[in-house]
Ligand binder design. Structure first.
Ligand SMILES: C[S@@+](CC[C@H](N)C(=O)[O-])C[C@H]1O[C@@H](n2cnc3c(N)ncnc32)[C@H](O)[C@@H]1O
Length: 255
């Protein structure tokens, strides 16, 4: 891949610090902060989970992987490691310098500090591009999704696929999620919040999550050059999507 970008500043590398702590046998927490002050704490051990412990929709999504793979936002490299073992040529990128260090130490052979938006079409094209665990939010903003997807179009081969995921909003039953606090103290149900991940004194830049059901997701793809080829729904809140280059077809197949 093209020369390294500097990636996140050290005090922004909360994800990387979490992965490093896990690698060193500590028990960090992934603290997610929403921009109205709501916080969640999650167990980041999932980011190290071997394939056999992945949720079934993710295992099924792996059946759609073919050829040369870009694992964008690779984290600690769990998916890259699995696909390397299966014999794929995998390039892993992450904006977190420590994530890339951890992924390399865990055995990912080609890992680089890079933002998805920094990749140039001069790269050898990829047959499969992974944006896993809400990484379409890597676009930065809803408005930036078409340009991210356009960029990925340039990076993909003619038979290129994107494998990504989202969450069914209608399956989120946590009332706190649905209660967004406005600056004047009142609350609203509808919002387009930003999030950041914190750990100790580290905090990532603010980002957005795409929490869209497949129908809304499909609508966002209009004009992007991609369409939904498959929806992998096992009844969990999170589901996977396989996107392929649009050739006039539009309806996705539910499997
Ligand atoms: C929720 S973690 C998911 C990690 C991995 N995909 C997995 O499924 O285990 C998201 C990762 O995306 C990285 N990331 C966020 N924005 C990025 C960007 N614009 N470019 C590259 N990586 C990014 C973060 O540093 C973090 O490691």
């Amino acid at each position: 891949v093209t020369p390294s970008s500097p990636g996140l500043k050290p005090d922004e590398d909360a994800y990387g610090q979490i992965y490093l702590a896990l690698l060193e046998g500590e028990r960090p927490q992934e603290i997610m902060e929403r921009d109205d002050g709501l916080i969640y704490a999650g167990d980041p051990a999932d980011y190290f989970a071997p394939y056999r412990r992945w949720p079934s929709h993710e295992k099924r999504a792996m059946r759609w992987v073919r050829g040369r793979v870009l694992d964008a936002g690779c984290g600690a490299g769990r998916v890259s490691l699995h696909l390397q073992e299966r014999g794929h040529d995998v390039v892993a990128i992450d904006e977190s310098p420590l994530a890339v260090e951890v992924a390399r130490r865990r055995g990912v052979r080609q890992a680089a500090v890079r933002r998805v938006t920094d990749l140039s079409p001069a790269e050898r094209p990829f047959d499969t591009i992974l944006l896993l665990r809400n990484n379409v939010g890597l676009a930065g903003d809803d408005a930036a999704i078409p340009s991210l997807l356009g960029r990925l179009h340039e990076l993909a081969t003619a038979r290129g696929r994107i494998i990504t995921d989202s969450v069914f909003p209608e399956r989120i039953d946590d009332p706190h999620y649905w209660t967004y606090r406005l600056p004047d103290g009142t609350t609203t149900r509808t919002a387009n919040p930003r999030y950041r991940v914190r750990w100790q004194h580290f905090a990532t830049p603010w980002f957005r999550y795409l929490i869209l059901n497949p129908e809304t997701f499909a609508a966002r793809l209009a004009g992007s050059g991609w369409h939904i080829r498959a929806v992998i729904d096992t009844g969990a809140p999170r589901y996977n999507l396989v996107l392929e280059r649009a050739r006039g077809r539009s309806a996705g197949r539910s499997i």
